[in-house]
Write a protein that binds this ligand. Structure first.
Ligand SMILES: Cc1ncc(C[n+]2csc(CCOP(=O)(O)OP(=O)(O)O)c2C)c(N)n1
Ligand SMILES: CC(=O)[C@@H](O)[C@H](O)COP(=O)(O)O
Ligand SMILES: [Mg+2]
Length: 629
């Protein structure tokens, strides 16, 4: 079938199972072909082809509302809702978003990217429906990994309590990005193997109906038998106990089984949970046999061999973090590493190979990870929570209430700090300075390159005066020589990279090359610019700032982070609090809006964080300075 001819999913109503099987084949081929060029989340989407087809055949989107948890598995949904022709631009600048996007389609009723939000949003939509007297179905599709996220359990608890009509589809493929973890995962495993509780329950009810009732006694006995059958067949019927009708396990690649159970769910009053068993990567051997999570989300690959097209380059910041932490942990037994379901992305899978008893993957549970780290610190351990900047947002109150307020020695290794590119607005790591800087006791460091990173990691593990965060970007460093010996980087001390008597740029991390290039260009125009590596975000280098103010030096702060509450704000606050009201200072950074997907260079260009713009900004400021002089 020509997938690009699809405009709306209504065509599915007339499809037989054979038609659906043929279409599933076409969709898989389309995904494998297209993503071999663009990259993307291939494994999750290959696993939900039949499920998505059945949902769109049996229900009527957007009247019936599909919510895709995390949303990385919504490509099939996007194909069936008229967007196949945009897949050549998947996750590219101004192209198709890799997650549901309400501005893209009326069928994308809920935007995701961060895990475990679908059940709460679904409950909100269902309550609104009930208040307005509607009758549509609300169907969140949540993975077994996303179910380990605390807010999913909060929502289950509330939905079960209210007995609201919600059809939760649990897409259980036993994988998070890496193999899934946790007691819930083990319980689901028991459910997967427990066989057809539903079938047995139906047959028992049929039997009861056939025997003329001897008063209520038989029915009551039968009810007890049914309940004991329930416990017998499916250990811990967690969902039933939570007030849901549990249907499953359902073969998520068997159209008939899917249809039977989804139709049953449609007719069932109250909350229903359909436990669907799928295979992540289904239909493409390299992705099906993916034990590590390589095919969860990846760049371009060679279809025939399954070989991922690796761009040669310097070691990743995540790799330098992991290697340095291993080196330190060999000498320092206090070190315990924690990840929230991102062992591969953070590099902690490498740490765990050498220290299996000192690395904990808590599942998608950043709140728990943060407070567990605080608990570890109270006992003299040195917890290192490696977490993406954007995902640490989940642990904000735990940062405030448990870690910083008690001034506990937790080291936050903040990966993917700054723009991440293709994952777009839900994943840009641009808010962590704003959400950390105002917390008393928190310290924040940002290296200029991979060599300074290793020293900052060492500094953070030695720091024993409360919480400390070291933030570093996604991807590779510069391939520079790494110092043999590790040393501590003094907090509150900046590093002058380039002298200059006319102007000062205060910057850090990924913006340093941009500043240096601008300074070089300005030098040719007779403007001598000092470039400072402001690598200690908190505390600031107050001596340097006083010196700049006392000498009336015009300043530009430059950061790949949100301007509001960012590094530049900190410098402004310092001058204001110390009554330096005549300093000429401008800030450049991420403006007050969400930055969508695209390559990082394209996004920097769009925002104006380029050496040309920096030079132009400096030239605009200089005359103001002269006027004031
Ligand atoms: C709050 C949060 N933490 C971490 C992630 C990173 N992440 C993206 S997908 C994923 C695994 C999701 O597993 P599951 O829900 O089972 O979906 P599957 O990929 O198996 O279909 C994780 C941990 C995230 N998106 N959001
Ligand atoms: C969907 C999701 O949240 C993760 O798969 C994320 O896309 C991983 O990001 P990296 O590719 O930067 O590890
Ligand atoms: Mg999964």
């Amino acid at each position: 079938m020509d997938l690009q001819s699809i405009k709306e999913p209504t065509f599915l109503k007339g499809f037989s199972n054979k038609d659906l099987e043929d279409l599933a084949k076409d969709i898989r081929e389309f995904l494998i072909e297209n993503l071999s060029v663009t990259g993307g989340h291939l494994g999750p989407n290959l696993g939900v082809v039949e499920l998505t087809l059945v949902l769109h055949q049996l229900f009527e989107s957007p009247k019936d509302k599909f919510l895709w948890d995390v949303g990385h598995q919504a490509y099939v949904h996007k194909i069936l809702t008229g967007r196949a022709d945009q897949f050549d631009q998947l996750r590219q600048y101004k192209g198709l978003c890799g997650f549901p996007k309400r501005s893209e389609s009326k069928h994308d009723v809920w935007e995701t990217g961060h895990s475990s939000t679908s059940l709460s949003a679904a409950m909100g939509m269902a309550l609104a429906r009930d208040i307005k007297g509607g009758s549509n179905s609300v169907i969140p599709v949540i993975g077994d990994g996303a179910l380990t996220g605390g807010m999913a359990l909060e929502a289950l608890n509330h939905i079960g309590h209210e007995q609201t009509d919600v059809i939760v589809v649990l897409n259980d493929n036993e994988m998070s990005i890496a193999p899934n973890v946790g007691a819930l995962h083990s319980m689901l495993g028991r459910m997967r193997t427990a066989g057809k509780y539903q079938k047995a329950k139906d047959e028992l009810e049929m039997l009861i109906k056939k025997i003329p009732a001897f008063g209520g006694r038989l029915a009551a006995t039968a009810e007890r038998v049914k309940d004991s059958l329930k416990y017998l067949l499916v250990s811990g019927m967690f969902f039933e106990e939570m007030g849901f009708t549990y249907l499953g396990p359902v073969d998520g690649h068997d159209l008939e089984d899917l249809k039977k159970n989804m139709n049953y769910a449609k007719k069932t009053k109250g909350p229903v949970l359909v436990h669907v068993i799928t295979k992540k990567g289904k239909g493409y051997a390299p992705a099906e046999n993916d034990a590590k999570g390589t095919w969860h989300g990846l760049g371009p690959y060679k279809i025939e061999s399954g070989e991922v097209v690796k761009k040669p380059g310097p070691p990743s910041y995540s790799g330098v973090f992991a290697e340095t932490l291993k080196r330190i942990a060999r000498q320092d037994e206090r070190i315990v590493a924690i990840t929230a379901a991102m062992p591969g992305g953070t590099g902690l899978d490498k740490f765990a190979k050498e220290f299996p008893d000192r690395m904990f993957d808590v599942g998608i549970a950043e709140q728990h990870a943060t407070t567990m780290s605080a608990g570890l610190a109270t006992q003299g351990m040195k917890p290192v929570f490696a977490v993406y900047s954007t995902f640490l947002q989940r642990g904000y109150d735990q940062l405030v209430h448990d870690v910083c307020r008690q001034n506990l020695n937790v080291f936050f290794a903040i990966d993917r700090a700054g723009l991440v590119g293709a994952d777009g607005e839900t994943h840009q790591g641009v808010f962590d300075i704003s959400y950390l800087r105002h917390l008393p006791n928190m310290k924040i460091l940002n290296p200029k390159d991979e060599n300074e990173l290793q020293h900052m990691i060492y500094t953070a593990t030695c720091h024993d005066d409360g919480p400390i965060a070291v933030r570093y970007p996604r991807g590779g460093g510069y391939g520079i020589k790494m110092d043999e010996d590790l040393k501590q980087i003094p907090l509150g001390e900046w590093d002058v990279l380039k002298q200059g008597s006319d102007f000062t740029i205060l910057t850090f991390g990924t913006m340093i090359p941009v500043a240096m290039e601008a300074a070089e260009e300005l030098g040719k125009r007779g403007i001598h610019v000092e470039v400072v590596n402001a690598r200690s975000i908190k505390p600031l280098d107050q001596d340097k700032l006083v010196d700049l103010a006392e000498n009336q030096r015009p300043i530009l702060t430059l950061e790949e982070t949100a301007l509001l509450g960012g590094f530049g704000s900190a410098v402004l606050e310092f001058f204001h609090e110390n009554h330096y009201h005549s300093v000429v200072i401008e800030r450049m950074g991420i403006p007050d809006r969400y930055i969508e997907h695209g390559s990082v260079p394209e996004l920097l260009e769009e925002i104006g964080l380029t050496s040309q713009n920096v030079a132009a900004q400096v030239e605009q400021i200089i005359p103001r300075k002269r006027k004031r002089a």
